[in-house]
Design a protein around this ligand. Structure first.
Ligand SMILES: [Ca+2]
Ligand SMILES: [Ca+2]
Length: 187
């Protein structure tokens, strides 16, 4: 199932809501502890996952109700013109991509968000809209989703080097790039 998430920019005026402070920010650096929030640790009951296909921006809180196939959720904040997971509070800004351990969006997931975004990614892919090394989670990603006009490009090696994919909008099975990504770039 491929969702058409293109929508009229003029409609994306939804104000950001700040989620509760219960969320944990987990940096993906190799030295970061792997703290997970489980799929059952949900503080919001009005999650609207269907908004992925709607005209409204997708915020971190919209993804809080993890699908049954998701076993753990980690967060990485990205910012324009930077590389590496940045400081940021899940709940601020918009989601740019989700990276999943298994095909068909299962296992652990990394919710990547840009705390500064209220609109989403630019239409082109030439600009740097953040990225990071996957650290502990390298060579495990098997499927990806993107949101808010963002695409993600996966690299075989750290620091956006080595073989890479095209910019991906949505892929439930990375095929030849399965379990290869060490770093990613958003645009
Ligand atoms: Ca995998
Ligand atoms: Ca690799």
């Amino acid at each position: 199932m491929r969702n058409d998430r293109h929508f009229d920019r003029a409609l994306r005026t939804r104000l950001m809501a700040v989620a509760s402070g219960a969320l944990l920010l987990v940096a993906l650096g190799a030295t970061a502890p792997a703290t997970a929030r489980t799929a059952t640790d949900q503080s919001h009951t009005d999650v609207q996952v269907e908004e992925v296909t709607s005209s409204s921006p997708v915020m971190v809180e919209d993804l809080e109700a993890a699908p049954a196939a998701v076993t753990a959720t980690y967060y990485c904040a990205v910012r324009d013109g930077t590389f590496g997971c940045q400081s940021g509070t899940p709940g601020d800004g918009l989601v740019v991509t989700e990276l999943f351990q298994h095909a068909d969006f299962g296992g652990w997931r990394i919710v990547v968000f840009n705390p500064a975004y209220s609109y989403g990614c630019t239409s082109g892919t030439g600009d740097n809209e953040g990225g990071a090394n996957l650290g502990t989670y390298a060579n495990q990603v098997s499927s990806v989703k993107t949101y808010n006009h963002c695409d993600v490009k996966l690299f075989d090696s750290n620091n956006k080097t080595g073989a890479s994919t095209a910019f991906i909008h949505w892929d439930n099975n990375l095929g030849s790039f399965n379990d290869r990504a060490n770093s990613f770039r958003i645009s």
